[in-house]
Design a protein around this ligand. Structure first.
Ligand SMILES: [Ca+2]
Ligand SMILES: [Ca+2]
Ligand SMILES: [Ca+2]
Ligand SMILES: [Ca+2]
Length: 839
C-alpha cells in the first residue's frame, strides 16, 4: 500500500463527510435561529434529544490590560459586544453576543448535540476598531484562546474565559511619568521637563531622589502640552503662554522633540501656525503687564498622539483649531490638517475655549469649556468633550460647572468666589476683585486641560485654574502705577464622568457614578460637596484637622491602566507649602494626597523654587507606554477523522514538544502542550520574546505526546501529521506539511511573527492522526445497520476504523437521518472500543 493511495482514500472520505455536515448543519442552524430570541441567552430548548443532560457553558470575555495571558480578577473588566459561536460535531451552532457582564451563557440545550463543543470568539465592529485577541497562556487561571474546546456532557458545567485588549494600553511595571516644569518671575528652576518612576513618593530630596531632567528652560522655554511617543522613544512638548515667563528660543508656536533617554538635546519638531501673537515684556517679566490677557487664549493647548503613532494632534488656542501633523518624522514642516473645533453652544461663540486632547480606543477626544466670559454668569460655565472621528465632532459629555466645591483657601473669601468655579475674567478693570486680602489672588476659572480614561472607559477630567496663568507667587500687580506683589492660590480639580452601560457618561454623584466624599476622607470640607476624588485637599496636620486647601489638584491627569492610581499635578503635594508635584488618587476609592500625603504624593518643586508657588507651574502629565510583545500558538490535536479540521470532539494532545527555531535554525524556546493541547510562545513575561515580523520555525515533536485520551491509546511515535491547510479557515486548520523523511511524528512549519505590537497569532497548529490501510472490500453497505445499541457487524477491516469520537467517517451513516444521530453515536463508541489495535 502506498502513501498516495491511503491519502486519496482519506481525502475522499473527508469530502463526503464535509458535504453531509454542511447540509445537516445548515438545516439545524436555520431551525435554531428561528428559536433564538435573546442575543445573550442562547441554546433555546426545543429539539428533542439526549443532550438536555449537558451542563451549562459560560463564555466570558474580559478586557485585559497586562498581556500575560493570566486573568487579573481585580483589574480586567467585562467586555460587552463580542461575538461567540458554539459549534458541535455536526456543524450545528448557537451564537451570542457578550452582555454587560462580558458573558454569553449557553444553558443545557438540544440545539447542540454531543456535549463536546468548539467555542469561537470574534470581535465585531465597532470593537474591532481597537480591540484584538489578548495573549493566552497555559498557566494557572489563564485566558483561553479565541478557539477553545469544551466538554459539557453529563451535566458538567464548563466555562471559557477569553481576553481582548487594546495593545495601546500596554505599559511596563517600571514605567515613568513625564511632566513639564514652568519657571518664571522670581523662580530659579532651570528644569523644563522631568521624569520619575511611577512608584516614586515623598518629598525630594529629603525623602526620595529628585526627578531626572530631560530638557531645560533655555532649550524649550515655558511649555504645557506633552505626549510620549513610544514608537520613536521621544517626547513631544509644546509652548505655552504664561505671564511672567518666556517662550523658548523657537517661540510660542513651537513643538519640540525631546529624546527620552537624555541622549541628545531637544530639537524643533513643528510649528503651529498663527498660534502666538502677544509679546512678553522681556524688560520687566515680574510685571509683564501687556501679557495679562494672553494666557490660555493663545499659544498651544493639549497634545495627543494617535494610537498607531502616525499623527500628532495639537490645539491652537488662538484659532480654537485642531491641528494635525505627520508624527513619523524627526520634523513636520507644516500641518496635515487644521480644523476648527466647533462652538458647542456657549453663551457666546467667543466663550468657547477648547484645550484638552486625548486618544483612547482609537478615538480622539477634544475637551474645552464655555468660559462665561461674555456674560460673567456662573450658570453659563460648562465643560464639553467631543469625540472626533473622521471629520465629525460629536459631543459625548456636556456638564455644568456651577456646583459647590471645597475652599481654595479656607477662611479667605466667605463667598462663592472661593468655593465655586468662576467665569473667566482677567480684565484690568476688575482686577481688584481677585484679591481676597493681602495680595492673595483667588478666583478659580476653569479650563478643561486634560482627559484620561479608566479601564472601563470612564472619563477622568483634569481642570486647571487658568487664572493662575496670569499671576505668580510674588508677581507684580499688572495695573499701571500699582506694583504690589501678589500671590496666586490655585484651585484646580480632578473629576470623574462614569461611563454608562447603555452609553454616555454620568457625572460624579449622579446615576450610578459614586460620590466618595465623606467627613472622614474629604479634609472636613463643606457639607454637600460632591467628589469622586475627595482626596484632593492639603491638610498638613493630617486628615482629621481641616487644612488650608480643599481643591489642590492642578489639572493635568494621567492614568496607567495597569495601576490603581490616577496621577494629577498637585499644589503642596506632600507636607510642605508653596510647593508642587504630583498627587496619586485611588481610582476605586478616590482617596488622594490629602488622605496620606507622604504615601500618595511626590513633591519635586520646592518652596517657590519655580517662582509660581501655589499658583502651580507644571504642564501635562505623560507616561512611558510600551510596545506590547507579540505571541504565537496554540494547538496540537488528534485529527481522528483526518479531515484536517479542528472539529469539536477531536481529542487535544498534551505533552507534545514544541520548539521555536529562529531564522538560523537555532532553538530559542521550547515548551510542551498542556492538558488542552495548547502551547504559546511570546506574550508578556515569556522567557523568550518574539521579534516582531521575524521569521521563525515552529517544530512540533508529537513523538512525545500523551495519547491516553486517543481511542486505542496508540504509540505517539505512530502519529502522523494530518492534511495541512485544509478548508478555508486558517484558524481551524493544521499548519504542518507532513514530513516524508526522518521521524514522521516530528514536523515543522515556518511562521512570521506578528508585526503589530500586541498582536497574537493562535493559528499555528498541528493535527495528527493514525494512518490506516486502504479498504480491501466495498466500503459502503447499501442497507443501514439496525438502530439499536447493539454493535454493528464486525468491520473486519472492511472500512476504516474510527480513531476519533465523532459521528462522521462512517459511510453507512450517510444514509441515516438526524433523528438517529444519538443512536449512531452510541454505535460508533462501541465500534471504536472494538477496533483492533494497529501497528
Ligand atoms: Ca475637587
Ligand atoms: Ca475637595
Ligand atoms: Ca478533524
Ligand atoms: Ca491553523
Amino acid at each position: 500500500m502506498s502513501v498516495a493511495v491511503r491519502d486519496d482514500f482519506h481525502e475522499g472520505t473527508a469530502m463526503r463527510r464535509t458535504t453531509w455536515r454542511r447540509t445537516v448543519g445548515q438545516a439545524r442552524v436555520g431551525f435554531a435561529v428561528a428559536l433564538l430570541a435573546s442575543s445573550a441567552m442562547i441554546g433555546t430548548p426545543g429539539v428533542a434529544g439526549a443532550d438536555a443532560t449537558d451542563g451549562t457553558l459560560t463564555v466570558q470575555v474580559l478586557r485585559d490590560f497586562f498581556g500575560t495571558g493570566v486573568i487579573n480578577a481585580t483589574m480586567d473588566v467585562p467586555q460587552r459586544g463580542i461575538d461567540v459561536r458554539v459549534s458541535d460535531r455536526g456543524g450545528r451552532q448557537v451564537t451570542g453576543t457578550t452582555d454587560a457582564t462580558g458573558k454569553v451563557v449557553v444553558p443545557p440545550s438540544t440545539t447542540l448535540v454531543g456535549g463536546s463543543y468548539r467555542v469561537d470568539v470574534t470581535i465585531p465592529a465597532p470593537y474591532s476598531d481597537y480591540l484584538q485577541a489578548a495573549p493566552a497562556s497555559t498557566a494557572t487561571n489563564h485566558f483561553d484562546s479565541f478557539t477553545t474546546f469544551v466538554e459539557v456532557a453529563n451535566g458538567k458545567d464548563a466555562s471559557v474565559v477569553t481576553g481582548v485588549w487594546n495593545a495601546a494600553d500596554f505599559t511596563l511595571p517600571d514605567s515613568r511619568y513625564f511632566v513639564p516644569i514652568q519657571s518664571g518671575g522670581t523662580g530659579t528652576d532651570t528644569r523644563a521637563l522631568v521624569s520619575f518612576g511611577v512608584n516614586t513618593r515623598g518629598t525630594c530630596p529629603a525623602q526620595i531622589a529628585c526627578p531626572t531632567t530631560l530638557a531645560t528652560q533655555a532649550q524649550v522655554g515655558t511649555t504645557f502640552g506633552l505626549v510620549y511617543d513610544k514608537y520613536r522613544n521621544r517626547l513631544l512638548q509644546s509652548a505655552f503662554a504664561r505671564r511672567h515667563t518666556l517662550y523658548g528660543p523657537d517661540g510660542g508656536d513651537a513643538i519640540h522633540a525631546v529624546p527620552v533617554d537624555g541622549s541628545g538635546a531637544p530639537t524643533l519638531f513643528a510649528k503651529v501656525p498663527g498660534a502666538a501673537v502677544t509679546p512678553h515684556d522681556t524688560a520687566n517679566l515680574t510685571k509683564d503687564a501687556a501679557f495679562t490677557e494672553a494666557p490660555t487664549k493663545e499659544s498651544i493647548g493639549g497634545l495627543a498622539l494617535s494610537e498607531d503613532g502616525s499623527k500628532l494632534y495639537a490645539v491652537n488656542l488662538l484659532t480654537r483649531s485642531l491641528v494635525t501633523f505627520d508624527a513619523t518624522g524627526s520634523t513636520a514642516a507644516a500641518p496635515q490638517a487644521t480644523v476648527p473645533i466647533p462652538d458647542p453652544g456657549c453663551a457666546a461663540t467667543a466663550d468657547w475655549r477648547p484645550f484638552a486632547v486625548s486618544t483612547h480606543d482609537n478615538t480622539l477626544y477634544v475637551g474645552g469649556v464655555c468660559s462665561a466670559e461674555s456674560t460673567q454668569n456662573r450658570a453659563d460655565l460648562k465643560a464639553v468633550v467631543y469625540a472626533y472621528k473622521g471629520s465629525q465632532f460629536t459631543a459625548v459629555l456636556t456638564q455644568r460647572l456651577d456646583f459647590a466645591r471645597g475652599e481654595v483657601l479656607v477662611g479667605s473669601t466667605g463667598s462663592a468666589q472661593g468655593n465655586h468655579w468662576n467665569p473667566w475674567d482677567t480684565a484690568l478693570a476688575t482686577w481688584g476683585t481677585h484679591d481676597v486680602g493681602g495680595g492673595s489672588m483667588i478666583d478659580p476659572q476653569p479650563q478643561l486641560a486634560s482627559l484620561a480614561f479608566a479601564r472601563d472607559g470612564s472619563m477622568i477630567l483634569g481642570f486647571r485654574d487658568r487664572f493662575m496663568d496670569v499671576v505668580a507667587w510674588g508677581g507684580l500687580d499688572p495695573r499701571p502705577g500699582n506694583n504690589a506683589a501678589q500671590n496666586g492660590f490655585s484651585g484646580g480639580d480632578i473629576n470623574m464622568a462614569c461611563v454608562n452601560p447603555a452609553g454616555g457618561y454620568s457625572w460624579e454623584g449622579t446615576g450610578t457614578c459614586p460620590d466618595h466624599a465623606a467627613t472622614t476622607n474629604n479634609g472636613q470640607q463643606g457639607a454637600g460637596v460632591v467628589e469622586y476624588f475627595p482626596g484632593d485637599y492639603f491638610a498638613p496636620q493630617g486628615p482629621t484637622t481641616r487644612g488650608p486647601h480643599e481643591e489642590a489638584a492642578q489639572g493635568a491627569v494621567a492614568y496607567i491602566p495597569q495601576q490603581q492610581w490616577v496621577v494629577s499635578t498637585q499644589m503642596d503635594p506632600t507636607t510642605r507649602v508653596i510647593t508642587g508635584g504630583t498627587g496619586y488618587y485611588d481610582i476605586t476609592t478616590g482617596h488622594g494626597p490629602g488622605n496620606n500625603p507622604n504615601a500618595n504624593a511626590y513633591e519635586f518643586v520646592g518652596p517657590n523654587q519655580n517662582g509660581f508657588g501655589k499658583a502651580g507651574g507644571l504642564g501635562a502629565l505623560a507616561y512611558q507606554a510600551a510596545n506590547a510583545p507579540v505571541q504565537i500558538g496554540n494547538l496540537v490535536w488528534f485529527d481522528g477523522d483526518h479531515n484536517g479540521v479542528q472539529d469539536p470532539a477531536d481529542v487535544r494532545l498534551p505533552g507534545a514538544t514544541v520548539n521555536l527555531l529562529d531564522a538560523n535554525g537555532n532553538q530559542v524556546a521550547t515548551t510542551k502542550t498542556d492538558a488542552a493541547g495548547e502551547y504559546y510562545f511570546g506574550g508578556v513575561g515569556a522567557t523568550y520574546a518574539l521579534t516582531r515580523g521575524a521569521r521563525y520555525t515552529v517544530q512540533f515533536n508529537v513523538c512525545t505526546a500523551n495519547t491516553d485520551k486517543v481511542p486505542g491509546k496508540p504509540a505517539a511515535t505512530d502519529l502522523r501529521f494530518t492534511l495541512p491547510v485544509a478548508g478555508t479557515d486558517r484558524v481551524h486548520d493544521s499548519n504542518v506539511t507532513p514530513p516524508t523523511t526522518g521521524r514522521l511524528c516530528d514536523g515543522s512549519t515556518p511562521v512570521t511573527a506578528p508585526n503589530t505590537p500586541g498582536e497574537v497569532n493562535h493559528t499555528i497548529d498541528a493535527g495528527v492522526y493514525i494512518p490506516q490501510p486502504p479498504p480491501t472490500t466495498t466500503p459502503a453497505p447499501t442497507t443501514p445497520p439496525p438502530t439499536t445499541t447493539s454493535p454493528p457487524p464486525a468491520p473486519n477491516g472492511s472500512r476504516p476504523p474510527l480513531p476519533d469520537t465523532g459521528v462522521s467517517g462512517i459511510p453507512w451513516l450517510l444514509g441515516l437521518g438526524v433523528l438517529t444521530l444519538a443512536a449512531g453515536t452510541a454505535l460508533i463508541l462501541v465500534t471504536r472500543k472494538r477496533r483492533p489495535k494497529r501497528d
